[in-house]
Design a protein around this ligand. Structure first.
Ligand code: GDP
Ligand code: MN
Length: 391
């Protein structure tokens, strides 16, 4: 589960990290009150969406002019944000964060994920913050310094010192940086995060009275869905409006559905079979429109819903149904196919490959139903060839 930057900032603040104050608005008319609450001055206006790359997309704007700030809010609310991390249609902005802008001396990266090979969390830091960290990792992996964290002991003071050293920070800057890192590590463990990122953590420009301040000015936290039951307060942060509506509908029916950008819809039982179905579609020159695992114990209702979801995707020009009847029974799927054809209507060719429990019965049922647009296949290769030819 993803959360917004403003929600992540609040968690970080509560965990003791230095985070500038901020206000969140959901309409332009709240802007002037927010500007006042922040005491005016130079502010940063940031769209709150579950996608990164906002800076480059023009959805992180600095300004000290209230009317300019309001104009930018207006624009962000009105025009969907298109960035490297969104599709070409972009994402709608429903909330905007306003915060005092800081003068940046240097930007750093602080992040944490689970290292699956080592079976423990790893904290990663880099002096090359602000820009896309994936690029740094690919081109100059040495610029990222890592510390692996004992799952029960948590991050140790010597590790914090090593990481601060790697960033070239000492004294008060190291102390503040340690607070950021300790807060990230604590939240990561306590709240079952799958990813935590502060990009950038900044050192602000110094003035006469000091040598600058360390602040976390962007925050991204993802949480492990399987652990959400332990964290009701995190679960409350869920924003359904940021999710793909079809993925939400699928989750309600216990279907695992992930939208992709191809044109062949897939309805498959079992994640492994779904993966190989997508592979064989690619092998024969096609491109899958989705990953869909209806699960082992799929019901007729679940399967009909699955057809609805697949067919609601305008890009779908053909469907491949690939069922291996183990626990799932082929006749149940055949029944669902017949119902879906009646209730939803097949606007596109549907290639069906069934094998396993009750397959004979299922084949008879489909033959009797004589559904237009339905093409039967003898095996998986045959099915993949047929659906690719059909689209
Ligand atoms: P992202 O592009 O979605 O990751 O959004 P960020 O919050 O990381 O902002 C992108 C970039 O905008 C940062 O890397 C900074 O360079 C810049 N930026 C963000 N906030 C401020 C600020 O308060 N002052 C200044 N000078 N730059 C900022
Ligand atoms: Mn960022």
């Amino acid at each position: 589960m993803k959360v917004h930057e403003y929600q992540a900032r609040k968690l970080l603040q509560e965990a003791g990290a230095p985070v500038p104050k901020f206000e969140v608005i959901d309409s332009v008319d709240q802007a002037s009150a927010a500007i006042k609450a922040l005491g005016g001055g130079r502010l940063v206006v940031k769209a709150q969406v579950h996608a990164g790359g906002r800076g480059k997309a023009g959805y992180v704007i600095l300004s000290d002019n209230p009317s300019e700030i309001e104009q930018n809010c207006q624009r962000m609310f009105a025009e969907p944000m298109v960035s490297k991390q969104t599709g070409p249609e972009g994402v709608k902005v429903k909330k905007i964060l306003l915060a005092p802008a800081v003068e940046i001396e240097k930007e750093y990266y602080v992040g944490m994920v689970v290292d699956r090979a080592r079976g423990c969390p790893v904290m990663m830091v880099s002096k090359e913050g602000g820009v896309e960290i994936e690029e740094v990792a690919a081109k100059t992996p040495d610029a990222i310094v890592k510390e692996w964290i004992h799952p029960h002991l948590g991050i140790q003071p010597y590790q914090l010192r090593r990481l601060c050293d790697a960033l070239g920070l000492s004294g008060d800057h190291a102390k503040a940086t340690s607070k950021v890192m300790a807060a990230v590590a604590k939240l990561f463990a306590e709240k079952d995060c799958s990813l935590a990122e502060i990009n950038p953590m900044v050192l602000t420009k110094g003035n006469g009275s000091g040598s600058g301040e360390i602040l976390a000015i962007d925050a991204k936290f993802n949480f492990d869905d399987n652990a959400l039951f332990r964290h009701p307060s995190i679960k409350e942060l869920f924003d359904a409006t940021e999710e793909n509506p079809n993925e939400l509908r699928a989750a309600e029916h216990n279907l695992s559905y992930i939208a992709l950008d191809g044109n062949i819809g897939c309805l498959v039982n079992g994640a492994g079979l779904a993966m190989s179905t997508m592979d064989i579609i690619k092998l024969h020159g096609g491109s899958p429109a989705n990953f869909l695992d209806v699960g082992g114990s799929v019901t007729k209702e679940g399967a009909v819903e699955a057809f609805r979801i697949i067919l609601s995707d305008q890009n779908v020009k053909g469907i491949l149904v690939n069922i291996f009847g183990g626990i799932a029974k082929c006749d149940v799927i055949a029944d669902a196919l017949i119902h879906a054809a009646k209730e939803v209507g097949f606007k596109v060719p549907v290639v069906v490959r069934l094998e396993g429990t009750n397959v004979e019965r299922a084949r008879e049922m489909l033959k009797e139903a004589a559904i237009e647009q339905l093409i039967t296949a003898t095996d998986l290769t045959d099915a993949a060839k047929k659906v690719c030819a059909a689209v």
